[in-house]
Design a protein around this ligand. Structure first.
Ligand code: PLP
Length: 395
């Protein structure tokens, strides 16, 4: 069996054709295609306001700026996430407060949010729909109301999972808080190479983020060249950022968006194949699988090895297993080394690994399996077989 990569983008001739057309048009940066991408995305997720940005990191930063996060404010974030979720808090010179996850899931624990929300100066919470699994938004939104916090959803993993409400409307994951942010990084569920989308229902946040996305200028570049007003005439209302998405990237995004339902179906199929393949190991208590929540985009498929009650031992065992599976050509990854264990955040908050016990436990026992639309049945079978062999026979 040829080596199986951990992740692969699903791009093909449609994307190539779209990029070629974008380049031939001679309009390379933010323009008509980006506007079309924003409109198509808004229609898909049924939100009035969408802003294409050059990364989800940029989008999260815009979101914090728009809700007014200022120096020394506090923002609750999980530690069990990618660096971007917390670094944007530091961009605003605010302080991230790391919340633990639930004991039986990789998602932020609402009780932990409530504990931290009682501190002085807490203004917002950023929740992460880890792997594409929905956080408990009902509990989180009611806490945000109670403690007067903004809710920002780091939905980098979450597109295009949805659930149906009682009237059959699709509620997309990432659209329930004040602002949601999707990522189109190369390995995410849809990609533009680098890119992201910010979504909100609040016109005032939308207007602010739109201005701050491009140097604090009060008109977009495109309008500058198409409006009847002189193209050089614009005002700078704040020291903004350079977070706009190019039309080349948006061309890829439009092609990917057309395929997103197919991608979502494929990911769900692969997840089901893993559930079936690992059922016996799970029943024997030898591994733990993700919760099979239908409200899930399946960006990641993490599994956990049996606990030996000591995180360093678990960590060693997990790492050894990953090494033997790598030798058999299976690409794996760990999501994530917790942020409160990183040298920078240790100095910001004086954290010890054991301060967030559920995060530490899950980190030390987890690794993520390949899951992407082009993964073949034979590859999935091989991955399952090799993991079963390794866990049951230890070889
Ligand atoms: C990928 C990712 C981001 C950042 O996305 P970019 O588009 O690369 O900036 C943020 N949060 C999480 C949880 C991610 O996985």
């Amino acid at each position: 069996m040829k080596a199986i990569p951990f992740a692969l983008p699903s791009t093909g001739k449609e994307e190539i054709k779209a990029v070629k057309k974008a380049i031939t048009s001679n309009w390379l940066t933010t323009g008509r295609l980006t506007q079309q991408f924003e409109e198509a995305f808004a229609k898909k997720i049924q939100k009035p306001y969408t802003l294409a940005v050059n990364s989800a990191t940029a989008g999260l930063h815009l979101a914090l700026e728009a809700v007014g996060i200022a120096p020394d404010d506090k923002v609750i974030v999980p530690s069990y996430t990618f660096a971007a979720t917390a670094e944007v808090v530091r961009y605003q010179r605010a302080i991230p407060l790391f919340a633990d996850i639930l004991p039986d899931s990789p998602l932020i624990d609402p009780a932990e949010i409530e504990k931290l929300a009682k501190q002085k100066g807490v203004k917002a919470v950023i929740v992460v729909h880890y792997a594409g699994q929905s956080c408990d938004m009902q509990a989180i939104l009611s806490l945000c109301k109670k403690y007067n916090l903004f809710c920002i959803e780091d939905a980098a993993h979450a597109f295009s999972a949805y659930k149906e409400d009682s009237e059959g409307n699709h509620i997309y994951l990432g659209t329930q808080g004040d602002i949601g942010v999707y990522s189109f990084y190369a390995t995410k569920t849809i990609t533009t190479g680098e890119g992201g989308m910010v979504v909100t229902s609040h016109p005032q946040f939308y207007e602010r983020m739109k201005v701050m996305r491009l140097h604090g200028i009060d008109r977009t570049i495109w309008n500058r060249y198409t409006d009847t007003k002189a193209s050089w005439e614009y005002d700078v209302v704040a020291p903004g950022f350079k977070y706009n998405l190019t039309d080349i990237a948006s061309a890829i995004g439009l092609a990917q968006l057309k395929k997103s339902d197919f991608f979502y179906t494929r990911r769900k199929e692969i997840a089901l194949q893993y559930f079936e393949g690992f059922r016996q190991l799970e029943e024997k208590g030898l591994i733990e699988l993700p919760q099979n929540d239908f409200f899930h985009s399946w960006h990641l498929f993490p599994i956990q090895i049996q606990s030996q009650k000591d995180w360093q031992k678990n960590h060693r065992k997990r790492t050894e297993m990953m090494q033997s599976l790598a030798k058999r050509g299976i690409g794996l990854s760990v999501h994530y080394k917790p942020l409160h264990m990183m040298s920078y955040y240790k100095t910001v908050g004086n954290y010890q690994p054991e301060d967030l016990p559920n995060t530490l436990d899950r980190y030390s026992r987890s690794f993520s399996l390949p899951i992407y639309p082009s993964l073949k049945k034979s590859q999935i079978r091989y991955i399952i077989k090799e993991i079963i062999r390794l866990i049951e026979n230890g070889s």
